[in-house]
Design a protein around this ligand. Structure first.
Ligand SMILES: *[C@@H]1O[C@H](CO)[C@@H](O)[C@H](O)[C@H]1NC(C)=O
Ligand SMILES: *[C@@H]1O[C@H](CO)[C@@H](O)[C@H](O)[C@H]1NC(C)=O
Ligand SMILES: *[C@@H]1O[C@H](CO)[C@@H](O)[C@H](O)[C@H]1NC(C)=O
Ligand SMILES: *[C@@H]1O[C@H](CO)[C@@H](O)[C@H](O)[C@H]1NC(C)=O
Length: 386
């Protein structure tokens, strides 16, 4: 009896049993209100040289490029109904959350389908402003007929990548300020493309915490019950989520220093600086058209069937905040400057420099009474058996 209690006590105190880690829902993008809290780009792709015009909200709505289905899912897609003439860009969508998420946040993205196909380059990602001083987190990204999701962070010089043993994905790149950033390839099947859709989609999550940035993926059949049973108002306990696919511990990249408040972005571009690079395009799409070139073989001409799969179908996207953290609602360019971040100050707790997904401050309020209780019980049992 005493031994059991002592073991429980030790497990608890030394953090061997999962601890409670709660986030509150801050924003639920779903159903008929999915598109209310986003800004539509309304310009051509001037960031990644893609062959698209990201239409404004009026055009996205009238052209059925952003809409909610009768089942309540949200579609974000590339135009597949227009015959695009030579040297003209194709219409697509890029939306940015109106609010910014400071350090101390969590995002969960549940999708049934993600865009894929030759020339297609979708992403769900976040960015601070100015970039790259306030960082970028790429949660979902891939090009052409790639089979696995690719995650990354981008930063200014000084943020590097080390791999904690808990990370299940494959890293490449250790200087997050260079080129593709600190990339982690998802190793799980069904994390991208047609296989993702055939498996019924899945769920991605990213934790943006002072102790690190962590990204998870679950194919539909593996989604943790705490996520599949959550409602649009549930809080979220991440303690049963298991190991993340990508982990960026603050020990090698000081999150508070290299990341400011992040706006969430969903976009689909075509060709451009990644999908369209000849050597990359050729890896999965060399036999797609007559020229072997991304733009010529895809963007121009009929949109269907070439772009029939170039769409996101979201069940929901949810943003969560740790205790004491609030979203930043602003249209200011420098929404993530240190001044704007002051509301995030309360989130800078956590277990600094650990290699496991971190727990927000709520955990400590639960653990301390538990500690006292365990100590009292052990003392009591010790007294009785003496
Ligand atoms: C790209 O377009 C956006 C939206 O119009 C604009 O705010 C931004 O300044 C442009 N960026 C560049 C690098 O031209
Ligand atoms: C890509 O493949 C096409 C057709 O197979 C070929 O013509 C072209 O030279 C290749 N380009 C590169 C950069 O490998
Ligand atoms: C565009 O793709 C959708 C499937 O995503 C398909 O239902 C629709 O028929 C296509 N549009 C045209 C004009 O072919
Ligand atoms: C935004 O903040 C950064 C860093 O604090 C600063 O360098 C930059 O000049 C600011 N930009 C604007 C438009 O205020």
């Amino acid at each position: 009896m005493a031994l059991t209690l002592i073991i429980v006590y030790l497990l608890f105190v030394f953090n061997i049993v999962p601890s409670y880690a709660a986030y509150n829902i801050a924003r639920d993008y779903s159903g008929s209100t999915f598109f209310l809290e986003w800004d539509f780009y309304g310009n051509y792709d001037n960031l990644t040289s893609g062959d698209v015009i990201y239409v404004d909200q009026a055009d996205a709505t009238s052209q059925n490029l952003a809409y909610v289905t009768s089942q309540g899912t949200a579609i974000v897609k590339v135009d597949n109904s227009t015959n695009v003439p030579y040297n003209i860009k194709r219409n697509s969508v890029r939306i940015t959350s109106k609010e910014a998420y400071p350090v101390g946040c969590l995002w969960i993205i549940d999708a049934k389908h993600m865009p894929f196909g030759c020339s297609v380059w979708p992403s769900v990602w976040t960015t601070g402003s100015p970039w790259p001083q306030y960082g970028e987190i790429d949660i979902i990204e891939g090009v052409n007929l790639m089979s696995n999701n690719q995650m990354a962070i981008h930063s200014s010089p000084g943020c590097t990548k080390t791999d904690p043993p808990t990370q299940t994905g494959q890293s490449s790149g250790t200087d997050c300020s260079q080129g593709s950033g600190c990339v982690v390839d998802e190793k799980q099947a069904n994390s991208y493309g047609s296989a993702f859709a055939q498996a019924g989609g899945g769920v991605f999550a990213a934790q943006f915490d002072s102790t690190g940035i962590y990204i998870w993926f679950w194919s539909r059949s593996n989604v943790p019950a705490v996520i599949s049973q959550a409602t649009s108002s549930s809080s979220m306990d991440i303690s049963t989520w298991g190991n993340p696919s990508a982990a960026y511990p603050t020990s090698s990249c000081n999150i508070g220093q290299y990341f400011g408040a992040q706006k969430l972005i969903v976009d689909i571009t075509l060709c451009g600086d990644w999908a369209g690079v000849p050597a990359i395009y050729n890896q999965t799409c060399s036999n797609t058209g007559t020229t072997g070139q991304c733009t010529a073989d895809n963007v121009f001409g009929a949109g269907s069937p070439r772009y029939d799969n170039a769409y996101f179908e979201f069940n929901y996207i949810r943003g969560y905040t740790a205790q004491g953290v609030s979203l930043i609602s602003t249209t200011a360019v420098n929404y993530s400057s240190p001044t704007a971040e002051s509301s995030a100050a309360a989130s800078s707790t956590g277990s600094g420099g650990t290699s496991t997904p971190s727990q927000p401050s709520a955990e400590w309020r639960l653990r301390v009474p538990g500690f006292i209780l365990c100590t009292a019980l052990v003392a009591f049992v010790g007294f009785c058996t003496a």
